[in-house]
Ligand binder design. Structure first.
Ligand code: HEC
Length: 260
């Protein structure tokens, strides 16, 4: 598992599979992973995380209010709380308005881009309300992806090892190089692209897609239109997500990891 690029949490609630290799089904399951992952938050174990949160009186009170039927701080409730917050991180955009029937929400060029997106077959994988996030497919249907992205490796930097994708989770040969189809909402802002973050330009990433997934090359005009369409997917980040929260006060009893 070498996937390096952190996917955005914006709109993650619309995805029916989480992580690049789809190893979590929903936000709750996803949230339980990084806290104890040695290369992410490296908390020693679940009990340690629970003890730390439970040592902070304001959290104890807030958990009791939020989960009246099971008012303790538990690892499951921590995951529920994080997931509930993530479900507020939606970025409505002009494409939503268009789908709701406002045909003037997209410019003529953006509509032409949507047409390219459908006609070229992109919508076969980037489907659903997030234009992705709902399935896992092979990256490199007609050609190995590392051939098509080779030119984007910065000379002199160590090359990123080839990632086997979902195979690392299932060990099923059918899952070799299978990755989550990412959402295209806010795609103009979520560079660099692909699970390894190798490609920084959206035109380049789109051309790689057409080549390795569909065996096609997108013309300059079609590409201009696609780029315009992507702009209709730029949503508004909710104001509360842009404010740094004031954290509740900790106490003398707040545990510190003793193993570091
Ligand atoms: C067979 C399924 C499939 C088709 C068809 C397909 N894609 Fe993708 N797309 C994927 C997968 C899988 C990835 C993630 C690859 C990776 O990084 O491992 C992806 C990644 C992307 C990315 C990068 C997203 C990111 O956040 O890194 C863009 C942009 C994209 N696709 C656009 C398109 C466009 C435009 C088309 C049509 C020309 C298209 N895709 C066709 C499956 C598909």
């Amino acid at each position: 598992m070498w996937a390096l690029l952190s996917p955005t949490v914006l709109n993650a609630a619309l995805h029916t599979t989480q992580f690049w290799d789809g190893r979590a089904a929903d936000l709750e399951e996803q949230a339980k992973g990084p806290i104890v992952n040695p290369i992410e938050m490296a908390i020693p174990d679940h009990d340690f995380a629970v003890a730390r949160i439970a040592s902070i009186p304001e959290y104890v009170a807030r958990f009791a209010a939020a989960f009246p039927e099971a008012p303790e701080v538990t690892y499951v409730n921590i995951a529920h709380a994080i997931a509930a917050f993530e479900r507020t991180l939606m970025t409505p955009d002009r494409f939503d308005d268009f789908l709701r029937g406002d045909v003037n929400a997209l410019s003529e060029q953006e509509k032409a881009g949507l047409q390219v997106f459908i006609n070229q077959g992109c919508a076969g994988c980037h489907i659903g309300p997030a234009l992705g996030g709902t399935m896992l497919t092979r990256f490199g249907v007609v050609e190995a992806y590392w051939e098509a992205t080779r030119d984007f490796v910065t000379p002199g930097t160590p090359t990123i090892p080839m990632d086997v994708g979902r195979f690392a989770v299932t060990h099923d040969p059918a899952d070799l190089y299978v990755f989550k189809v990412p959402s295209l909402r806010n795609i103009t802002r979520t560079y660099p692209y692909f699970h390894d973050g190798l490609v920084w330009g959206l035109r380049d990433a789109t051309q790689v897609m057409a080549r390795v997934q569909l065996g096609r090359e997108i013309s300059e005009t079609d590409m201009d239109n696609l780029m315009a369409f992507y702009q209709a997917l730029e949503g508004e980040v909710p104001a509360h997500a842009l404010v740094i929260p004031v954290l509740p006060a900790s106490t003398e009893q707040t545990p510190r990891p003793s193993n570091r």
